[in-house]
Design a protein around this ligand. Sequence first.
Ligand code: ZN
Ligand code: ZN
Length: 311
Amino acid sequence: MNLRDGNQPVHEAPDLLKRTKVVVWLLFALIGIHVLALSAFLPSIFVWWGIPLVLIGNFIFGSLGVNLGYHRMLTHRSVAFPRVLERLWLLCGVCCLEGSPLWWVCVHRIHHQYSDHPGDPHSPSGSFFWGHMQWIYIADPRQQSLETYAKYVPDLVNDPFLRWLHRRHTWAVVYAVHAILIAVIGLGIGLLVKENLAAAVLFGTQVFVWGVLVRTVYVWHVTWLVNSAAHRWGYRSYDTSDQSHNNFMVALLTNGEGWHNNHHAAPRACSQGHRWWEIDLTFAAVRMLHLVGLAWDLVPVQKKNHNLYRK
Ligand SMILES: [Zn+2]
Ligand SMILES: [Zn+2]
């Protein structure tokens, strides 16, 4: 059955809401990192420069890593880069602690196949919280199956770099290494600019808390808002068979991924802003790289290839 045939949005809750088995270590990891990130609001740790640090980190790791690397480049093949840049984007994505690229792409391709229908891993049509983050720590047997990977990511499963990141949770090790590196860089800068060791250690701690912990939680939630808020609220330019919406706030927070109705209407298009005012900073980065010859094969918006119309 082609689930994308109908033009009418559906409202039933996906059957996967019946999933009940909690993945305990994942739940504790999610709670633990949220609690640790809250230390940013301790008077000794809170710094105003932490906010731009988070926003810059969101662009580097969230936008270039997840939006561009995991999503547009790997999942939808909407743009190509030199191998070194391709891997750099993927490493940036890994540093967001959103799972291995293979797992992420697999789940996202399943989402596109079943969007808001039974089978969608994270539709918020039954529960906003489910679509936002609950689906992550409730086991989905499909995601453990080799057959699922063979079906949804056949073009990627034999890539040695992607396999390396996926196996034995290497992606989480890479995340830990980058976190330590940022802490060490923070301490190093502290030793250079602060008057004593205690002040340098405090500075390093502030860099770590804001540049790693708060940024990780921030990137998590803005990514998750695409799955939750942008599948519930906003406006629809295309009559897609799901509940995707173009959500201005989510587009602003994610640097372009919130034009989600556009994306479901034209999943392969590299640009997710289809109107001149639908600003897509992630695509702006691609355009700049394209201008200097570091990005090619940009897939244009081709509305006629989709069983959808523009209002
Ligand atoms: Zn979606
Ligand atoms: Zn997508």
